[in-house]
Write a protein that binds this ligand. Structure first.
Ligand code: AMP
Length: 477
């Protein structure tokens, strides 16, 4: 049997190919039959352009159904789908092009599909092994060069099957898809669950709270990043009636605040299912479909995932092994070696713990650890305290260089309040070395497209707060 992921996905397309695959508001639906034919024509076009097995196809293009068809066509012919964030600038793209050495670069998938329209659809699926390279996903790379995570057909198939089962997808589901598709969440997690069920997707080019509110009544499952849920809750039109008897609300790619989880439950009666993943392994842990979903925990390792905490510590860097863990970084054998242990576990860089029940709790990225006066400070612990204080919508805690302590704790708060009050309240609840030495208020925390707070940008913005010339800028403690 072939290990080609497209063969697996297509085998699950509905027997009745007239069933819808993409439902876009205001446009006629696109059926599974049309998708299959579109994929086949694009496969023919790729072949006519000389794209061969293992060739990279780099894509920086607007989200549309034809882009999904191009992804599937790449799988079909054995090419390596390499999507880029649409926000990358020319200079950034130049780096990726040099690194990936693509055979083809696509900026407009709809135009490519029009070019393929007159070609006969190819039905031939490249018969590859499960370990053949399917996709390169460039990590967001907040520090240093962005790395290309190499995911095989087998990595993606294993994760897709695990999620499809874990989240109970059936052909009766309708997935609301408002995520970008240059990232594993919208591209692999969401699409594969729909395809393995032969289910339709309500397809939105981007997240817009009003558009989601209008589309929700036709959907059974929504997948989102935390910002989606925050935005929905900010909209008074998002009521219990709108949220309705949906089957499932899934969230991930960045930490979901407990306050968001609770506000969502209070408004809608639904407990959001949070899961944890990354480009290098797609999804790693998930809260249960049946059973308690606990705010603040990312749930249990998926079946087949071996998860441990480095050094056998209670809290430490999470290491994983399993069928969806990537093979390495594209053309970076040294980095790959550094990020795997000798016994083959991938060092995720996320710090967390696993409780006696097996649930995983994430406390941040290892590189965000602050060492102040020789003590380790985990930002998440401070953020959890600050987030409960009056006036604080959300906080981000970073370290800034400090003449006495090496690094000192700085809190950046979305919300309004008074620095001295926040510091005093933090000191009542936390050891002095953990309490922020400075507090800054902003309207919104900086985030990337997946809703992750950009701590590197914050560290840069506040790098000098303790380095001023006068003693007035020195910490008082
Ligand atoms: P990316 O490779 O861009 O998908 O980023 C992966 C990183 O996102 C992980 O290593 C985590 O730091 C973070 N992440 C993803 N899901 C969650 C979650 N549910 N809670 C906390 N952090 C998360």
């Amino acid at each position: 049997m072939t290990g080609n992921l497209y063969a697996l996905l297509a085998s699950r397309f509905p027997a009745d190919r007239s069933r819808p695959c993409f439902i876009e508001p205001g446009r006629p639906p696109i059926s599974y039959g049309e998708v299959e034919a579109g994929v086949g024509r694009l496969a023919s076009l790729l072949a006519s352009k000389g794209v061969a097995v293992g060739d990279r196809v780099v894509v920086q293009a607007a989200k549309c159904p034809e882009l999904v068809m191009l992804y599937l066509a790449c799988l079909q012919v054995g090419a390596v789908f390499t999507p880029l964030n649409t926000a990358y600038t020319g200079a950034e793209v130049a780096y990726f092009l040099e690194d990936a050495e693509p055979k083809l670069v696509v900026r407009d998938a709809a135009a490519l599909a029009r070019e393929a329209a007159s070609l006969p659809p190819s039905a031939e699926v490249h018969p590859c092994d499960a370990d053949a390279l399917a996709s390169i996903i460039y990590t967001s790379g907040t520090t240093g060069r962005s790395k290309g995570a190499m995911l095989s057909h087998g990595n993606l198939a294993a994760n897709a099957l695990a999620l499809h089962a874990a989240w109970g997808f059936t052909p009766d589901d309708v997935l609301l898809h408002a995520l970008p598709i240059f990232h594993v969440h919208g591209l692999f997690v969401a699409l594969h669950c729909a395809f393995l069920s032969g289910a339709p997707m309500i397809w939105l080019a981007k997240f817009d709270d009003q558009a989601v509110i209008e589309a929700l009544p036709g959907a059974t499952v929504m997948m989102g990043v935390p910002t989606f849920y925050v935005r929905l809750l900010e909209n008074p039109a998002f009521t219990r009636a709108v949220a309705g008897p949906r089957r499932l609300y899934i969230c991930g790619s960045a930490p979901l605040l407990e306050s968001t989880f609770e506000a969502f439950e209070a408004r809608t009666g639904h407990r959001i299912l949070e899961r944890y993943g990354m480009s290098e392994a797609v999804i790693i842990t998930s809260n249960p479909l049946h059973g308690d979903r606990i705010p603040g925990s990312v749930g249990y390792p998926l079946p087949g995932v071996d998860l441990r905490i480095a050094g056998g510590e209670e809290t430490g860097v999470i290491q994983i092994k399993g069928p969806s863990v990537f093979g390495g970084y594209w053309r970076m054998p040294d980095r790959t070696r550094e990020e795997f242990t000798e016994d083959g576990f991938f060092i995720t860089g996320d710090v967390g713990r696993q409780d006696a029940d097996g649930r995983v709790w994430i406390s941040g990225r290892a590189k965000d650890l602050i060492i102040s006066g020789g003590f380790n400070v985990y930002p998440k612990e401070i953020e959890l305290v600050l987030d409960t204080l009056p006036g604080v919508i959300e906080s981000a805690v970073i370290g800034a260089a400090h003449p006495d302590f090496g690094e000192a704790v700085v809190a950046v708060i979305a919300g309004a309040g008074d620095e001295a009050t926040i510091i005093a309240a933090a000191r009542e609840r936390l050891a002095a070395f953990k309490a922020p030495k400075r507090v800054f208020f902003v309207e919104d925390l900086p985030r990337n497209a997946m809703g992750k707070v950009q701590k590197a940008a914050l560290r840069q913005a506040y790098a000098e707060v303790f380095a001023g010339p006068g003693p007035h800028q020195r910490s008082r403690s």
